[in-house]
Design a protein around this ligand. Structure first.
Ligand code: HEM
Length: 379
């Protein structure tokens, strides 16, 4: 998509697409402004990606913090905000290190594996399941539900779409019931898991509590999978894997640059709730606005040589985690997972030899379907 972004950013930075019935916004400054202006743009419907922009029923899947505006948003986010602050996230780090180590142990003996299936998908699912406090024996079921909930075919027949929607509904109901049971069981108990925290929250309705659990599960999975995959993809492509291993290139800064260069979420949506001007164009109340984070993150007005991957870029003001009140709740967690994952992977294998010959980037949530690796171990 990056060539398209460059052209649009230059020529028609805010323009209306008749077919998709949405405004498209490409420049950093404009994207940033819309995300911060919640008086003029509502997030109510934001949890929709590009491929679902025309089907009405998925928008209401979650009435949670991600689709509410202040002051309601502030109330909802307040229940969990503290658990995602850097200090608390640091306390989780040893648990993430254990999960990562176990996953890598499971790969012991495999010379070749698919990085996406064997590592980048399971890591975030297991981590969030642990934080929520899902019993280990239910994790496979849990993963099947979350897969069904986020399944979004790129192109497909009507019948297939219907089938996927039915499965999504069923998974949502089953998972909702499962969370409702766990929430009820844990009400009044004093565990340190997120389900107990949410169960004991006063002033949250039953539906809001279930929505909370489902949101925490869904918001962080594919996104973090794609961050991990995009990191390995980019390091191998840029022939920088070894420099990160030896410490010649800073790991944390590399992760930031991967977030900018290959942002896991390429676009967000908002709806105008007032008539407003944006970069000289008149947006009317009710209009849908698509904000291209991936284009903003390569805007030459903000980033020098934006089309070049530069791990030493500093400051790196990317908005891959959004900005404003909805700034990603899980940003510190995702960064920590990526840091731990890279550190352990590179310590364990002295070569990854990712096969970049036949990659198929996914569009709506930007990542790869698979990334075959042939590893060589450190002895
Ligand atoms: C919000 C990206 C990982 C939970 C967001 C938003 C973005 C984003 C762009 C803003 C949405 C909007 O403004 O409409 C990412 C990326 C991730 C990631 C790129 C990984 C690399 C996670 C993780 C969690 C999480 C691990 C775990 C719990 C959330 C939640 C929100 C959110 C709850 C809604 C916050 C709010 O509405 O106040 N994320 N995310 N995310 N993210 Fe993440």
């Amino acid at each position: 998509p990056f060539e398209w972004y460059a052209e649009m950013r230059e020529k028609t930075p805010v323009c209306f697409d008749d077919q998709r019935e949405t405004w498209d916004v490409f420049r950093f400054e404009d994207v940033n402004r819309v995300l911060r202006d919640h008086d003029a743009f509502t997030a109510n419907r934001a949890f929709k990606d590009d491929t679902s922009s025309n089907d009405e029923d998925t928008g209401s899947i979650l009435q949670t913090m991600i689709t509410t505006d202040p002051p309601e948003h502030t109330r909802l986010r307040g229940f969990v905000d503290e658990r995602f602050q850097p200090g608390t996230i640091r306390e989780y780090q040893p648990r993430v290190e254990n999960v990562t180590k176990r996953l890598l142990d499971d790969l012991e003996g495999n010379e070749a594996f698919d990085f996406v299936d064997e590592f980048a998908i399971p890591l975030p699912v297991i981590v969030i399941a642990e934080l929520l406090g899902i019993p280990a024996e239910r994790r496979d079921q849990f993963k099947a539900w979350s897969d069904a909930l986020v399944a979004r075919p790129e192109e497909t027949t009507q019948a297939e779409l219907q089938r996927i929607q039915q499965e999504r509904q069923r998974a949502q109901q089953e998972m909702g019931r499962y969370f409702a049971t766990l929430l009820a069981e844990r009400q009044g108990s004093d565990g340190d898991d997120l389900i107990t925290l949410i169960a004991n929250a006063e002033d949250l309705s039953r539906g809001e509590k279930v929505g909370f659990c489902i949101l925490l599960l869904l918001a962080g999975n594919i996104t973090t999978t794609n961050l991990l995959t995009n990191a390995i993809w980019t390091l191998e492509e840029q022939e920088m894997t070894n420099a990160v291993r030896t410490g010649d290139v800073d790991r944390e800064q590399t992760v930031e640059e991967v977030l900018r260069y290959r942002s896991p979420i390429q676009s967000l949506k908002r709806i105008a709730i007032k008539d407003v001007e944006l970069n000289g164009r008149s947006i009317q109340t009710g209009d849908v606005v698509t904000l291209w984070l991936g284009a903003a993150n390569r805007d030459p007005a903000i980033f020098d040589s934006p089309e070049t991957f530069r791990s030493e870029r500093k400051p790196n003001r990317h908005i891959a985690f959004g900005t404003g009140v909805h700034f990603c709740l899980g940003a510190h967690l995702a960064r920590m997972e990526a840091d731990v994952a890279l550190k352990q992977l590179l310590a364990r294998f002295d070569r990854l030899d990712a096969d970049l010959s036949d990659l198929e980037p996914l569009n709506s949530l930007y990542g790869l379907e698979s990334l075959p690796c042939e590893v060589h171990r450190n002895t």
